[in-house]
Design a protein around this ligand. Structure first.
Ligand code: AMP
Ligand code: TRP
Length: 341
């Protein structure tokens, strides 16, 4: 069996501004995984963003903003490859091969598609339906072995394994594609909406009050936590006491994620405290952690040339890994390739 070098790939869509969910569930963890143990490749997945309508000028802006978020949070371009997906054409090419490997039945089981399409399934783009096959291409194009994501992406990484395995099997290319592992760890892999603890915090919810944006000011952050939905009970003595209290559990998990402790430790510190005590403590913590990041994002957004340069250089490095793997995938598939390049 071939062993693949430990390599991380992950991505964030530029389909609006970054949220606290993106930060705790993804970007903060990407930063923590930089180091000698893994090669790290982080992408602004712009091709994914257009599965739903994006205004062209806003797409460009949002692409730079996600890149600025990565950089401000601590992704270091000398340690990690940072680029935007559309600058490396191999993503779209491998996705086509995978569209012909993945089965319609597999796609029909994707819960995120069902949620997003809802009753409108006939009207959404074909890209939204095929999206998981592009995501599989993103990961497998680099022979990535580990994929840090939030809870909502688990099924897509599992589908990626199914695609890798069917490709390897159908073309008798044993171990050509690795079986990537989803890494879903920490207290905040599913940050919930601040107004409804049964819904995920997302970039595109109806009301701005339901999410914390990475670019929110200190006052806005404090106001949003103050108005966050809770229940009348104080915090319990043990974590078990939060079982049927989704909104309360969410705020405890956010506190744990931001302060890098476990939810148990948060409960130990705040057992018996009411919201009048906990919410301001949470707001102060969030402002202390997010403030410097949003300041740095603002600084970077004033230097678009610098962001574009970093993404361009990252794309060159990404392309150098991706192209030979795509070429081999084409060879394995039997495509005639006689152009001199
Ligand atoms: P997206 O914004 O959909 O491109 O998501 C990018 C990454 O952030 C993925 O790994 C998601 O799982 C993660 N993510 C997005 N929203 C949340 C959330 N509310 N809680 C935890 N992780 C999230
Ligand atoms: N689909 C992911 C999301 O919406 C983003 C994404 C695209 C991704 N390609 C990826 C995540 C590859 C991890 C690896 O959140």
């Amino acid at each position: 069996m071939t062993t693949h070098t430990p390599r991380i790939f992950s991505g964030v869509k530029p389909s609006g501004g970054l949220t606290l969910g993106n930060y705790l569930g993804a970007i903060k963890r990407f930063v923590d995984m930089q180091g000698p143990q893994f090669e790290t490749i982080y992408c602004v997945v712009d091709l994914h963003a257009i599965t739903v309508w994006q205004d062209p000028a806003e797409l460009t802006d949002a692409t730079r903003e996600v890149a600025a978020g990565y950089l401000a949070a601590g992704i270091d371009p000398s340690q990690s490859i940072l680029f935007n997906q559309s600058q490396v054409s191999a993503h779209a090419e491998l996705a086509w091969l995978f569209n012909c490997v993945a089965r319609v039945g597999w796609m029909n089981r994707m819960t995120q598609f069902k949620d997003k399409a809802g009753k409108n399934a006939e009207k959404v783009s074909l890209g939204l339906y095929a999206y998981p096959s592009l995501m599989a291409a993103d990961i497998l194009l680099y022979h990535a072995t580990h994929v840090p994501v939030g809870e909502d992406q688990k099924q897509h990484v599992e589908l990626t394994r199914d695609i890798a395995s069917k490709f390897n099997h159908d073309f008798k290319a044993e171990d050509f594609f690795p079986m990537p592992e989803p890494i879903i760890e920490g207290p905040a892999t599913r940050v919930m909406n601040l107004r409804d603890g049964s819904k995920k915090m997302s970039k595109s919810g109806e009301s701005d009050m339901e999410r914390i944006n990475m670019t929110d000011t200190a006052d806005t952050i404090a106001k949003k936590f103050k108005k966050a939905k809770t229940d009348p009970e104080p915090l319990p003595e043990t974590l078990d006491g939060l079982k049927d209290r989704p909104e309360a559990r969410n705020l405890v998990d956010i506190y744990a994620g931001l302060s890098e402790v476990t939810p148990e430790q948060v409960i130990a510190e705040f057992a018996g405290a009411g919201w009048g005590k906990f919410k301001p403590a949470l707001a102060d913590l969030a402002v202390a952690k997010l403030g410097p990041i949003s300041e740095e994002m603002a600084r970077l957004m004033n230097d678009k040339g610098e962001i574009d340069r970093i993404l361009g250089e990252g794309a060159d490095k990404a392309d150098a890994i991706a192209q030979p793997i795509l070429d081999r995938a084409y060879d394995i598939t039997g495509f005639l390739r006689s152009r001199k390049r």
